[in-house]
Design a protein. Structure first.
Lengths: 348, 202
């Protein structure tokens, strides 16, 4: 790669899921809207989960999601793979099986060669192929900044939907990818990240959550979500709200990119992390002594993060071993579901 | 004298990078950075604290004036290359792949002893020895009661990264017996090979 014209991250303001609209703003836009009603809509906007679910029969429902964002890495092919893995992730987090996908593209044709778009789509196709998903179409607009993503439709059994909010007291929480991609991508954008960390974070973001989802289907999992733009604690807060349960997180057990701690301390933190903290900070209590850089990583917006799985305590170790044996990046036992404090998160 | 940097209209990480660039060229006793968003205010404050300044923030309308003082007492700023080194980017990297618990073919007893001796002698490579990766029966060297564990723990303490294949540990039912190294997967192994300057296979 030569020159800034091919450094995708230099052409955009935000990076990846860090470019998400602040969650508080989104709530203000959506609250109180008069939404159409349909008895077959099993999961819709009003109980926001990872994806929407629409029942077709007693045996079959459609599960639908859409994700798109500006590039968080400089290599177009890698950006395509990451965007696809990120878009499919919501379907896996619901316990569904993705089937079809459509591209959504904003492309700055005046400043970027069209071959860049071709490489992005090639990257996305390689990931879709690995997931057994077909590309059925898409829509492209000319824009000032590059953005790419996919709308994905899958199948799910109406009685086997994994909701966010079914946390069961005593369950253990497993996380399948390390945290800190937003900070690492900010360092990539700043030109400070070395080849090794760039390759590691790119590989992890491009990795499908498919294997983890298939394995967890055989275990007593009570709730699941995928960690993306709202950060670890933002998504965990969504699980906790209205669940009746609370969560205790062990900071020493969290899988983190060590480089991200150093970069957080020097202020390479995406604006999205501050938005997430402002929106969800009230749900979280940090014990004194939790490293401030670790706290930053817990609010850091993740691109194509791992699954956060709540599983029965007596099966947690077996699930952990099975995930690791299948080659999942990490399977860290990061905490447990508790009855008190109710609907709050304690990190200690 | 106070240096002032105007970062109005700039989104992260641009303000931090501007301040960093300035501090690499000169070392003023005080610096004021003007920004117009909360994230830039926090990030610039952190960066200045990280560089040894005491920081105060004044708010005027939608703008923040982040001022760092006492910078002349602070230590040297890290350059880009040092930061990359912090992130593990510096020096030549040798990766040793250990795919067996014996060295060579012929006599298994001899092979076992040779491999232990090999691991003991590895430290002679010095700081260029970057990472050991254990796969297949090699993982048996990293578990309870293995003679190599102590040698490997010494290498790990000296800063050598040790990765142990999770699929292999599971295959030999040794997942809960591992005594040294980080459990890893094929993606990490492939990435390690790509990043290493040379790969030695045993």
């Amino acid at each position: 790669m030569t020159g800034d014209s091919t450094r995708l991250t230099r052409t955009v303001r935000g990076a990846g899921c860090a470019a998400k609209l602040a969650p508080g703003d989104l709530d203000r836009a959506l609250c109180g809207l008069d939404l159409p009603v349909d008895d077959n809509l099993l999961v819709g906007l009003e109980r926001a989960d990872d994806a929407g679910v629409y029942k077709i029969s007693d045996e079959l429902a459609l599960v639908q999601t859409l994700d798109f964002f500006p590039p968080m890495v400089d290599d177009p092919h890698a950006f395509g793979r990451i965007a696809a893995a990120n878009s499919l992730s919501d379907i896996y987090a619901m316990g569904g099986m993705p089937k079809t996908a459509m591209n959504i593209v904003a492309f700055p044709a005046k400043i970027m060669d069209i071959s860049v778009l071709r490489q992005i789509i090639e990257g996305a196709l390689s990931t879709l192929r690995g997931a057994g998903v077909v590309l059925v179409g898409g829509h492209t607009v000319d824009d000032s900044e590059l953005k790419f993503g996919l709308s994905v439709t899958g199948f799910i059994h109406p009685r086997r939907i994994l909701f966010k909010r079914k946390l069961r007291a005593g369950d253990r929480l497993l996380l399948t990818k390390p945290l800190g991609t937003g900070i690492v991508c900010t360092a990539i954008k700043a030109g400070l990240a070395g080849a090794e960390i760039t390759a590691r974070v790119t590989g992890n973001m491009a990795a499908l959550n498919r294997v983890a989802a298939e394995i967890m289907a055989d275990y007593p999992v009570s709730a699941c979500t995928d960690i993306t733009g709202f950060g670890f604690l933002g998504h965990l807060a969504e699980m906790v709200v209205d669940s009746g349960a609370g969560v205790r997180i062990n900071p020493a057990a969290l899988p983190l990119y060590p480089e991200a701690l150093e970069w957080a301390a020097m202020g390479l933190i995406p604006a999205g992390a501050y938005n997430n903290r402002n929106f969800r900070g009230e749900f979280v209590r940090f014990a004194p002594g939790v490293d401030p850089a670790v706290q930053d990583l817990l609010f850091d917006p993740q691109t194509s993060g791992g699954l956060l799985i709540a599983v029965a305590a007596d099966e947690a170790e077996r699930l952990r071993s099975a995930l690791l044996a299948a080659g999942v990046e990490t399977a860290a036992m990061v905490g447990e579901v508790v009855t008190e404090p109710r609907e709050r998160i304690v990190v200690e | 004298m106070t240096r002032e940097i105007n970062c109005l209209g700039l989104a992260c990480p641009a303000p931090v990078l501007q301040v960093k660039e300035m501090l690499e060229k000169e070392r003023p006793a005080a610096v004021t950075v003007v920004v117009d968003n909360e994230a830039a205010r926090e990030n610039v404050s952190r960066f200045l604290v990280h560089q040894g300044f005491q920081v105060t923030v004044a708010r005027a309308g939608g703008e923040f004036r982040v001022t760092g003082t006492g910078g002349d007492e602070a230590c040297e700023i890290m350059t880009d290359s040092e930061l990359v080194a912090v992130a593990g980017g510096g020096g030549k990297k040798i990766l040793v792949m250990v795919g067996t618990d014996k060295m060579g073919h012929g006599d298994d007893g001899l092979g076992t002893a040779l491999l232990i001796n090999f691991l003991k002698t590895l430290k002679e490579m010095g700081p260029e020895l970057w990472r050991l990766v254990f796969v297949n029966s090699g993982v048996k060297l990293c578990v309870q009661r293995a003679e190599a564990v102590e040698i490997l723990q010494e290498l790990a303490a000296a800063g050598v990264s040790i990765l142990v294949c999770g699929t292999c540990l599971n295959h030999f039912r040794l997942l809960d017996k591992k005594q040294v190294g980080e459990t890893t997967n094929m993606l990490d192994i492939v990435t390690s090979m790509q990043v290493a300057d040379s790969v030695i296979n045993i």
